[in-house]
Write a protein that binds this ligand. Structure first.
Ligand code: PEP
Ligand code: MG
Length: 573
């Protein structure tokens, strides 16, 4: 028996035989062609065939998964129609007299490498998508058809170097018990898809997994992020017991997902969702979200080549607000700049983009960007329960300046007799230590706080949230981060303001009793985390959670905090 450690990507345990996903390596010959037009024709018919295959996958995704996952395939089809990408391929065929295969491979590489060089983890992960699209076209051009799952005729745990979205969706789900990949990160598509399909997954388990023979018994534990090779009977028995326990909790959680989260001693915590577009809004509502605690508006800006105007933003926000009717929706104003770079923004490069002109700083410096967004939001909020939230606030002046710009926008809209959000709470994200430290002063300026533990951990611990090497430091369970959370909650409550949390910690099952005890009023998380979070709260008591929080805050390390919460978890709160 041997255990390998990877990164937890999708909760759950699978016990079964291993199966290696055998991807054919694509060998490209570079040829000089005499007749480029013929290559252009070959390319055109390969693109058409690829489009056809991808629409079949899109249909499969629509029926087997949800709108959010299906949109991955919509995006793939759009990539196949991207004029820049296609022009780059054609340019190679005509300009360099290259064969279509080499031209597709070159252009795909250039695009993928450009994405891989980005600092933003999300954009970096999109390089896999472009490679996925490129290799489909290449396989068609080369007439390669062998299936990577040839020989898979019983349920198995799929092992692979990396799985692209189309690899994952093409698999027969009746035969897949879970996934383990050698590379990839927790935001890789295979991780997202696995979570949506409810299949356990571990990523980044290292190349050793590729040597495991087919049919070798293995166990993957998607909560721990481990893969056990050739487990002994005792390990199998104990994992089976854990599986049964998890299944019972999950069934109960799902059946009550839409009911409120009220503790055994009567405290209700608002459970809302982090969303990024209208598809995720629909999914969140279905999963039991009582509103939106964080609408990341970057989606509107990142997928384009020019700034979206007020009207386009208005339409997009309106659609999302309509999904939620009268439930609260917190719209976060643009959190861009620095690592999330917009090619059309034209801001000078900075040595330390994480510490640079980003988010509210950028918006205050560029009212021509900020005002159309505020106006679009104010208009879309008419008749709904919209709240606005400013990201990356560090000072009182920033809040005052942002509010002033908002008042200007309101006045300009009202002068044009446009209807706007009637009642509008305004809050800030507390995600910079400075804001946490002066939370008492900031509380006087706002209606609410939402704690962003992803950035709060990175800035408190001086540890880049995108770096694997310092991920143990950039951990929201660090006592230094938890103490800031405690102080922010206290400052908010002393000033009569409510406080939520929208960083990843809010949806982490282990953290939930602790966050209850620290006094958070609202927790905002990914849709898939909602049912279990509610279930954990229903099984908790506020008085006990307060005691638990007090003890946890005295511990010395994030490991000690987690170990303590684990023991409490097992003994019941
Ligand atoms: C955070 O920083 O915790 C947060 C929720 O914002 P984002 O992850 O979008 O930076
Ligand atoms: Mg943040």
């Amino acid at each position: 028996m041997k255990a390998l450690n990877g990164i937890p990507a999708s909760r759950g345990i699978a016990i079964g035989p291993a199966f290696q996903f055998k991807k054919t390596t694509i060998q490209i010959e570079r040829l000089k062609v005499e007749n480029p037009d013929q290559e252009i024709d070959r390319l055109a018919s390969a693109l058409q065939q690829a489009r056809h295959e991808m629409s079949v996958l899109l249909e499969k995704a629509r029926t087997e998964t949800d709108a959010g996952t299906a949109s991955i395939f919509e995006a793939h089809i759009m990539m196949l129609e991207d004029p820049d990408y296609l022009d780059a391929i054609r340019e190679k065929i005509r300009g360099e007299a290259l064969n279509a295969e080499a031209a597709v491979a070159d252009a795909t590489d250039t695009y993928a490498q450009m994405l891989e060089a980005m600092q933003d983890e999300y954009l970096r992960a999109r390089a896999v998508d472009i490679r996925d699209v490129g290799s489909r076209v290449l396989r068609i051009l080369l007439n390669l058809s062998s299936s990577p799952t040839e020989g898979l005729d019983q349920q198995a745990v799929i092992l692979a170097d990396e799985l692209t979205p189309s690899d994952t969706i093409s698999l027969d789900k009746n035969l897949v018990m879970g996934f383990c990949t050698a590379g990839g990160g927790p935001t890789a598509h295979v991780a997202i898809l696995a979570r949506q399909l409810g299949l356990p997954a571990v990523v980044s388990a290292g190349p050793e997994i590729l040597d495991i023979p087919d049919m070798q018994p293995v166990i993957i534990d998607g909560s721990e992020g481990t893969l056990i090779i050739a487990p002994d009977a005792a390990t199998i028995a104990s994992k089976r017991l854990q599986m049964e326990r998890q299944a019972a909790i999950n069934d109960k959680a799902l059946s009550q997902a839409k009911a409120p989260a009220i503790t055994r001693d009567g405290q209700q915590i608002e459970i809302v969702a982090n969303i990024g577009d209208v598809d995720s809004a629909v999914i969140a509502l279905e999963a039991g979200a009582e509103g939106v605690g964080l609408l990341r508006t970057e989606f509107l800006y990142l997928k384009r080549t020019s700034m979206p105007d007020e009207e386009e933003q208005y339409q997009a926000y309106r659609k999302i607000l309509e999904v939620f009717g009268s439930l609260p929706v917190i719209l976060r104003t643009l959190d861009i700049g620095g690592d999330k770079e917009l090619p059309y923004l034209n801001v000078p490069r900075e040595a330390n983009p994480f510490l640079g002109l980003r988010a509210i700083r950028l918006c205050l410096a560029k009212p021509e960007i900020f005002k159309p967004q505020l106006k679009a939001a104010l208009r879309a909020g008419a008749g709904h329960n919209l709240k606005l939230m400013f990201p990356m606030v560090a000072t009182v002046e920033e809040v005052r300046a942002a509010r002033e710009t908002m008042e200007e926008c309101k006045a300009e809209l009202l002068a044009k007799k446009q209807s706007i959000a009637e009642k509008l709470e305004v809050g800030i994200m507390v995600e910079i230590p400075a804001a946490a430290i002066i939370a008492d002063k900031l509380a006087a300026e706002v209606d609410f706080f939402s704690i962003g533990t992803n950035d709060l951990s990175q800035y408190t611990m001086a540890a880049d949230r995108t770096s694997g090497a310092v991920s143990k430091l950039a951990d929201a369970f660090q006592p230094a981060v938890l103490r800031l959370v405690r102080d922010v909650v206290q400052a908010a409550h002393q000033n009569g303001k409510w406080v939520g949390m929208c960083g990843e910690l809010a949806g982490e099952p282990l953290a939930i009793p602790l966050l209850l005890g620290l006094g958070l009023d609202e927790l905002s998380m990914n849709a898939s985390a909602i049912p279990l979070a509610k279930q954990i709260l229903r099984a908790s008591r506020l008085d006990k959670a307060k005691e638990l929080a007090q003890t946890a805050l005295e511990l010395e390390s994030s490991e000690a905090v987690k170990a303590f919460l684990e023991t409490k978890n097992q003994s019941g709160h």
